[in-house]
Design a protein around this ligand. Structure first.
Ligand code: LMR
Length: 328
């Protein structure tokens, strides 16, 4: 009886979630891990959902599952290849098992600001990267921006030696592991949904993330302060499986990709505003933001930039050169 009740409960939940889908519509489940409000990915995903449901009514139906309610990022890509979910937008640090080309985005101090990131992603080098996982069954559809990362810990971080011996949560990227080791810290790969609890319980001492994630996950509640290092990039790749894309009617696929393209352009253009609002949101919520003097920031650069050498073969010297030329 219990099993039946649970099964029925699940069935009700599933159909309720898709109440807006009509028979015959292509169902597009979009799973992601962040919050929806004041968050670049959350806002973009909601806009995409609204436009698909308005403009493709009768043809396609999208449902967004935010906040890791459907999958953590470490399960998402396999689930996509199985056909259990159609769309996702994991950060570029989450594709390690599919491609190493995105490692360039994790290298500390590679891009001086988000305009440089945008220009690099729009260049031939960046656009070629979108196809880097096709052999593995994943189609890169668009880069979505989040922003530059900041450090935080349960103790003030002003210079790199302040991080020595501390445990930091990192995304599952070997570049980020090397970056933390370069400053004598101890990196721990961990799912996004577990970070707040791990900081609160002292499983890790610190973390790195963007203003919108610091705000959305309330890290300021369980950290001493957020140090404005702007030391790295956190951006996303919107992905679908090649098989699923191929299964769509050409007209459906074209319409969907056109909407995605327009949403991408619109929301990427608004990134500075969303990022600034999130930073302000951290202050308004009582978070402490520590700014660095140019000399202090230079110490972080000197300590972390040497990790580039370890990953040049993965990302290609020509890509590093292209990114640096854009920074000029
Ligand atoms: C993280 O795991 O810290 C981020 O990738 C979360 C996100 O999607 O912004």
């Amino acid at each position: 009886l219990t099993t039946t009740a649970i099964a029925l409960g699940l069935a009700v939940t599933a159909s309720a979630a898709f109440a807006s889908c009509e028979d015959g519509e292509t169902v597009i489940k979009f799973s992601h891990v962040t919050n929806t409000d004041k968050h670049p990915k959350g806002i973009a995903a909601s806009l995409l959902e609204q436009r698909v449901n308005d403009e493709m009514d009768g043809v396609a139906c999208m449902e967004v599952f935010p906040n890791s309610t459907l999958y953590d990022d470490d399960k998402l890509l396999e689930a996509m290849l199985q056909g259990d979910v159609q769309l996702g937008a994991p950060s570029l640090s989450k594709f390690e098992t599919f491609t190493k080309v995105f490692r360039i985005f994790d290298l500390p101090f590679m891009f001086k600001n988000m305009e440089a990131v945008d220009a690099f992603q729009s260049s031939d080098a960046g656009q070629d990267m979108m196809g880097s996982m096709e052999k593995r069954g994943l189609a890169g559809l668009a880069f979505w921006h989040n922003g530059l990362k900041q450090f935080s810990a349960n103790t003030p971080l002003m210079v790199p030696t302040d991080a020595e011996g501390l445990k930091f949560r990192v995304q599952p990227s070997d570049v980020l592991v090397a970056q933390m080791e370069a400053i004598g810290a101890s990196p721990q790969k961990m799912a996004f949904s577990e970070v707040y609890g791990a900081l609160q319980q002292g499983v890790v001492d610190g973390q790195e993330n963007t203003w919108s994630n610091v705000l959305g996950q309330k890290y300021y509640e369980v950290q001493d302060g957020i140090t404005e290092t702007n030391h790295g990039v956190l951006d996303y790749m919107v992905v679908a499986s090649v098989d699923w894309l191929d299964s769509l009617e050409p007209a459906t696929r074209d319409q969907f990709l056109t909407i995605l393209d327009e949403v991408t352009t619109e929301r990427n253009a608004a990134i500075a505003e969303v990022d600034a609002e999130a930073r302000q949101g951290v202050l308004d919520a009582g978070g402490e933001i520590r700014e660095l003097s140019p000399e202090q920031r230079e110490e972080w650069v000197v300590a972390m930039k040497p990790v580039w050498e370890q990953f040049t073969d993965d990302v290609g010297q020509e890509n590093i050169d292209a990114a640096q030329a854009i920074n000029m």
